[in-house]
Design a binder for this molecule. Sequence first.
Ligand code: GUN
Ligand code: FE
Length: 441
Amino acid sequence: DVQHNPLIGLKGYRAKILHFAKATTSPKDDYCYFEDGLLVTRDGKVIFTGDYKNNINQYDKLDIQDYSGKLLLPGFIDSHMHFPQTEMLASFGEQLLDWLTDYTFPTENKFADYTYARAMADVFLRQLYRHGTTSAMVYSSVHKCAADALFEAAQKHNMLLMAGKVCMDRNCPDWLQDSPQTAQRDSAELIKTWHGKDRLHYVITPRFAPTSSEAQLAVLGELAQQYPSVFIQSHLSENHNEIAWVKSLYPKHKHYLDVYDHFGLVRQGAVFGHAIHLEKDEWQCLAERGASIAFCPTSNLFLGSGLFNLAQAEQHNIPVMLATDVGGGTSFSMLKTLGEAYKVCQLRGNQLDPMHGLYLMTQGAAVGLGLEQQIGNLNPGSDADFVILDPLFDELTELRFKHHNSPQDLIFALSILGDDRATVATYIAGKPVYQAARQHN
Ligand code: GUN
Ligand code: FE
């Protein structure tokens, strides 16, 4: 009798379960791991995470999806990426400023067409899900209609998406410019339509200092003040030519970050992409304001931008999140991104522990965004966004994992050898949004 069944709406998942329950500065040791674990969800939320054998008897006749031997993790959070750059991954031969002119601006121009943008939004989300990413902070194009298209697509999946219309009113092609007035009007309309609706969040998005006039940064700063719960995102100190350009455009400012800070755009909930070549005062300012950094290793290598200093960011207690930066980055895979982050840290003379890296793409990112009640972990009450990975997804990984399978080892080898081939299934708010076609056994 359905009405008297206390198990109604409950769904169980049996797997190796790994997550970070709390904010921590030593993720290497502070993780929760259940070798034979049980996750129970209801109405899109986690209601239980723990050991299978000790707890299954509380859930008589629970509907269980058996992923024994697979790894169940919180869905990945990609904290910096560009929706309209999906189709221009792997564009050859340039560093940042030429890459923007030659490839990026012409591609983003296609998103003036709502129908095109809406179709690409489905492609974009499909790519996220097949790579195990369930939340992202996303730059759309300059066009309001493309941001509408992206929010609509995410809403359909009940996804926690943070996104914003790019604002840029100079130093880019005139056919791709807004103005201070239209940037303010369009951003405000998007906030009113989408911010706080279902699981959607708006992000005020000046592209970067060179493409915004002072007048535009000023109106965006006012908007940020008017809506304290919206996020902010921009690019910061990615490339030496870019930094020199900012200095010439904004000669009165102490440093690059000071341009944003002057207009009230550096605060909690502001995420700055790259932050590779920072001055001492800039580290200090980010720390004082409580802003975060998106570390984009594949992009920083691909565009020859430089090696991010993770150790220095953490010495300053600045929240760092991992990000793909698609399409300056080279993959939608957060696993691959973690592998490249490891290599960047190697070149900096540090070893990035795999658990530390995993933290930066799950709970650590959620804490940095102030969203740890919703995402980034498998705590009761959090949204049931999770991914199932098969560490033995091919012949090589079967050999690799025959003898060694501590959780650290699984995550590390997945970060070096893995990609979307390892994804068995991805769930958002308790519903599958991706299931691999091949049999994982
Ligand atoms: N700086 C300004 N715009 C961009 C962009 O689209 N990608 C990257 N990587 N850096 C930028
Ligand atoms: Fe970027």
